[in-house]
Design a protein around this ligand. Structure first.
Ligand code: AMP
Ligand code: ZN
Length: 489
């Protein structure tokens, strides 16, 4: 499988450290607010990556953190603590909002068919691990204490900037508006491993440490959690593109300084979902959630379909018009699948199955091209083969894409069956009423005549019948199911 690696800036053959096994780490949400649909784009694409690796036969172990402490609003070491800000906004404790928004995050994931990682670890649960890491980094000369905080010394590294050739000047802390330079730092790119001199007097979460009471920096939590569960060799680390710098850059710096050898082979970054007016952002407070999509009548699967139609390494623009187009395409796809007979008893044609599946595998092996994988679904519908083979292929592809195709198709078939049963029952009731009442029999007869007139394009006759019935106080009601009537007002 060819996968783009942000650390080497190229597509590479994916080869895990141990044959057949994949260790995968995902930066989890900062649980101070609902996840927006941009965050969820990232989690859906990571979900597809995990599922495809399993589909390809790897034994995957995936770990995700939940950031419930230490993430400041600038992503560097400045600004407000996001969790505190959330707690203040809602007049609750940090732990209360952490629990509330963690549950909300997984509820959204479930609606989008995003599998929960094998291990989910809140950051506040691994404080001894971070303290051990920081102590070791100080011992090894990679970290220093200044002004009560512990900092990582980036000048000790041969190469600090991994993902881009950033200009150090451009990153100068202090030149950005509203952000104060930290005079304790020896180098501009240095970052906090452990805070004790909290800028926040009301900091709720703090722990004893060799450097005084304090709390961990955001970056150390991912290194600590990742190495705790997945050891010193990581195969894939994922996140949204904004995580590449400074978060992932700092994770690499501290993890490799700690273990003394290369750490993560492969970096997978998902580009952003933007609105027509720019990046979607939680901190701005105005953003779209899965619940909002549902309130507006969209099935969350339509959003997943929309995301799968584009490549994870391209930024994606969200608009209601785009959602409507995705909904139309998704619903059409579902009705075509619903028309396939699920219990035909025919055998799956293995030769056709293998050849159509090849198209799907080729797309996914080429840097997870989900857009072409979706096209492969249409190739299934066009294939010259029986329904059993088509359904088996759709089930196979959807074990990775997770678009709920067979479930939604079964639900549509049930709905259609219920509608025809209701229409048949109504027709029977009409016939029974006609048998009992000559006026009803006349109305039904005229409805049939009007139908025949319309079919023969004799609209004048059809209108005459309608007007005649209206003169006798009968209203005709036309719908896709046929024509019914109402007597009286
Ligand atoms: P956060 O909860 O802010 O820590 O972000 C959770 C995940 O969503 C991270 O992997 C971010 O990189 C990612 N992310 C943030 N904004 C967007 C966006 N607009 N589109 C896609 N992913 C995003
Ligand atoms: Zn992280």
């Amino acid at each position: 499988m060819q996968l783009y690696n942000s650390a080497t800036h190229q597509k590479e053959e994916f080869v895990p450290h141990v044959a057949g096994k994949v260790s995968m780490y995902t930066c989890g949400p900062t649980v101070y607010h609902f996840a927006h649909i941009g965050n969820l784009r990232t989690y859906m694409m990571e979900d597809v990556l995990e599922k495809y690796l399993r589909y390809a036969g790897y034994d995957v172990t995936r770990v995700m953190n939940i950031t419930d402490v230490g993430h400041l609003s600038s992503d560097a070491d400045e600004g407000e603590d996001k969790m505190l800000k959330g707690a203040r906004r809602e007049h609750k404790t940090v732990m209360e909002i952490a629990k509330y928004y963690t549950d909300a995050f997984f509820a959204d994931c479930a609606k989008l068919n995003v599998k929960t990682p094998d291990i989910v670890q809140p950051a506040t649960g691994c404080i001894p691990e971070y303290i051990h890491l920081v102590e070791t980094l100080i011992e090894k000369g990679y970290a220093y204490v200044a002004g009560g905080n512990v900092y990582f010394d980036t000048s000790k590294l041969e190469k600090y900037y991994i993902f881009n050739d950033f200009e150090e000047e451009d990153l100068a802390v202090g030149v950005r508006e509203g952000v104060e330079a930290d005079d304790n730092k020896r180098n501009r790119a240095d970052f906090v491993l452990w805070f004790t001199k909290s800028k926040f007097d009301d900091q709720e979460l703090k722990w004893e440490s060799p450097w005084g009471i304090g709390y961990p920096g955001w970056h150390i939590e991912c290194s600590g959690i990742c190495m705790k569960y997945l050891g010193e060799h990581l195969d894939i680390h994922c996140g949204g593109i904004d995580n590449a710098f400074p978060h992932h850059t700092n994770e690499i710096a501290q993890s490799e300084a700690y273990i003394g050898h290369p750490w993560c082979k492969h970096w997978f970054h998902v580009l952003h979902l933007n609105t027509t007016s720019g990046k979607m952002s939680k901190s701005k407070g105005e953003f779209l959630t899965v619940s909002l999509l549902e309130e507006k009548g969209y099935d969350p699967m339509v959003y997943r379909f929309f995301c799968m139609q584009s490549h994870y390494r391209r930024s994606l623009v969200f608009s209601w018009e785009n959602m409507d187009n995705a909904a139309t395409a998704y619903n059409k796809l579902i009705s075509r699948i619903a028309a396939l007979k699920p219990d035909s008893g025919e055998p799956v044609d293995e030769a056709v199955f293998a050849s159509v599946r090849e198209g799907f595998v080729k797309a996914m092996d080429n840097d997870l091209n989900t857009s072409l994988a979706v096209t492969a679904l249409y190739d299934v519908l066009k294939a010259k083969t029986n329904d059993a083979t088509k359904l088996a292929l759709i089930a196979d592809f959807d074990s990775v894409l997770s678009l709920g195709l067979l479930d939604r198709a079964a639900a549509l078939r049930d709905k259609q069956a219920a509608e025809s049963a209701a229409a048949a029952a109504a027709r029977e009731a009409e016939l029974a009423a006609a048998a009992a009442d000559p006026f009803v029999a006349e109305i039904l007869q005229l409805i049939e005549e009007r139908k025949a007139a319309k079919k023969a394009k004799n609209f004048a006759e059809a209108d005459r019948i309608r007007d005649y019935l209206a003169s006798r106080n009968v209203t005709l009601i036309d719908s896709s199911q046929g024509t019914t009537y109402k007597i009286g007002e």
